[in-house]
Design a protein around this ligand. Sequence first.
Ligand SMILES: C[S@@+](CC[C@H](N)C(=O)[O-])C[C@H]1O[C@@H](n2cnc3c(N)ncnc32)[C@H](O)[C@@H]1O
Length: 228
Amino acid sequence: MSTQIEIDLQNIGTMVPFVTGLHCGCGQSWKHNWLNTDSQTFIGSNGIQTVPGTLFSPVGYQRNEFYYLQHDALDPFPLPDNLFANCYSEHFIEHLTRDQGLIFLQEVHRLLCPGGILRISTPNLIDKVELYLNPERPEYLQDVEFLNDRVPAHFPRNRAFMFNQLFYLWGHQWIYDFEDLSLLIEQAGFPTSSIQRCAFQEGKIADLENLDHPSRQADGLYVEAVKA
Ligand SMILES: C[S@@+](CC[C@H](N)C(=O)[O-])C[C@H]1O[C@@H](n2cnc3c(N)ncnc32)[C@H](O)[C@@H]1O
């Protein structure tokens, strides 16, 4: 039975022992034991609808449970500083402009406790540039196959379209390469020396790396940083 937990979010520390970290821009991909957040409204099986600023959970605080907070990541999170040991976001930051991305990363920096780890997965600009230059690569055909069900047939599947869809479909606002994303993470307050490019499902801790979804692997840029 889904329910909303009416609690003062400033006292959310009571819940923290039950969550592994903050999962931003989760969409429908809610993770067990994480505080999942997204701007979308969701409706539970019993018709209960999520409400901005109110914690939503199937049963309440306990291990192996889902938690959801409906929240627009452009606004400050209604949560205290230094709260979470980890923060994860997968294919979310590219939906923000670069300036908005900085605001989001500054918030994440505030919410992480010292030593807390941020892991970001986002499409990699360089991968698409390489496919534009080398359309004979199997990954190019995989992209075409993926798009076939999702965009009208009259769009060409040529190199120009395949490159432009990265920017103009899906609501994407900014596409990063490692250098650019590192600069933004550093500007948000993370030490340069802590910023590290990672491979798919490889990182500092299993709790974070295991969240990478295989469907994102082909064009994934994976970056971690640690709050000082
Ligand atoms: C491509 S989906 C990714 C969902 C999920 N992370 C995944 O990989 O399947 C992008 C998500 O970002 C969310 N989003 C976009 N702008 C947002 C904002 N300003 N605040 C919170 N969520 C936002 C959307 O609602 C959507 O669920």
